[in-house]
Design a protein around this ligand. Sequence first.
Ligand code: NAD
Ligand code: TYD
Length: 352
Amino acid sequence: MTILVTGGAGFIGGNFVLDWLARHDEKLVNLDALTYAGNLETLQTVARHPQHVFVRGDIGDRDGVAALLRQHRPRAVVNFAAESHVDRSIHGPADFIQTNIVGTFNLLECVREYWSGLDGEERAAFRFLHVSTDEVYGTLQAGDAPFAETHRYEPNSPYSASKAASDHLVRAWHHTYGLPVLTTNCSNNYGPYHFPEKLIPLVILNALAGKPLPIYGDGRQVRDWLYVKDHCGAIRRVLEAGVPGETYNVGGWNEKTNLEVVHAICAILDRTRPRADGLGYREQIQFVADRPGHDRRYAIDAGKLERELGWRPEETFDSGIAKTVEWYLANPEWIEHVSSGSYRDWLNKQYG
Ligand code: NAD
Ligand code: TYD
């Protein structure tokens, strides 16, 4: 038995691959284009794992994906591959359209062709799991009920619009062609191997480097935060027991303002790595220009996943953020590697 994972050198995909190989004997083929966000160092401990096959390639490469499916004959495909950073999508949406929409379309077509050729039992058992985001639902006001699976799609950024489009394609490939798809819409993840363009790793690393901690606008935007290992557990559960054609919201029941998140990180660092001058890390907070079209609040109702498949997150925000800070303190080499070259170019573009 084999599964094919796309985007398995990125943040969530990388954590998924590591957890999968630690838990299963099943072969995992990992297709990743190694964009700026893909990092083979995340996969260093499984580079020679007998059940891990890494293939550098693009989900938009029709012949390449088709050949990979023919060669490895997976029982499931889990699609993490995407452009994932909202701020980058504002600066340059083209890559988001290409990978998230055209790439997903291409992957669906290759998978449909492969799945159509499977025989009865294999065909019935096959699954295509599409990993998506809560951002497709748009923004909430304070006091609104959290996003349920029935919430209308109202994406506001080029990133969320491209993910919404991909979700619609996945849905249509089920309704029209019968492809056995599953879609998960998850809230903001955090944890090990998170690329430091995103809020939490950026703040940890800037704090330690004595740099400003940039907060967009008033910092009172709300996100629901989920520890990445919990997201991986939810995906495994949906893959195992989800009903084809269904979507499942995944969240941590942890709504926090961005300021609360940054304060929590500062408090941990104040205890574990106090500043030499005796001042707190909060001193480094700097309010900067807001993100255009910045969604005010995301909140996820993950009740369906709990009721129907028995999944709940294991980490609280306090336990997850403590583990995350600890991981960044313990892994300077990984950070050093991602902090080079193109990453620095991005920081210059975004923050000057
Ligand atoms: P990431 O940017 O860290 O990783 C994306 C990975 O996909 C990288 O390894 C990259 O090299 C690869 N990739 C990009 N384009 C590709 C292509 N055309 N072909 C093959 N590989 C390609 O992203 P992430 O944070 O790990 O997110 C993974 C998935 O989860 C995305 O679909 C994202 O929309 C979704 N998601 C992310 C979050 C979050 O908080 N990070 C929350 C919910 C959902
Ligand atoms: P981010 O990690 O980019 O995730 P997303 O935009 O997908 O939710 O941002 C999380 C929140 O933090 C979001 O409201 C934007 C905010 N933010 C800042 O205030 N400063 C920053 O430097 C970054 C990267 C994000």
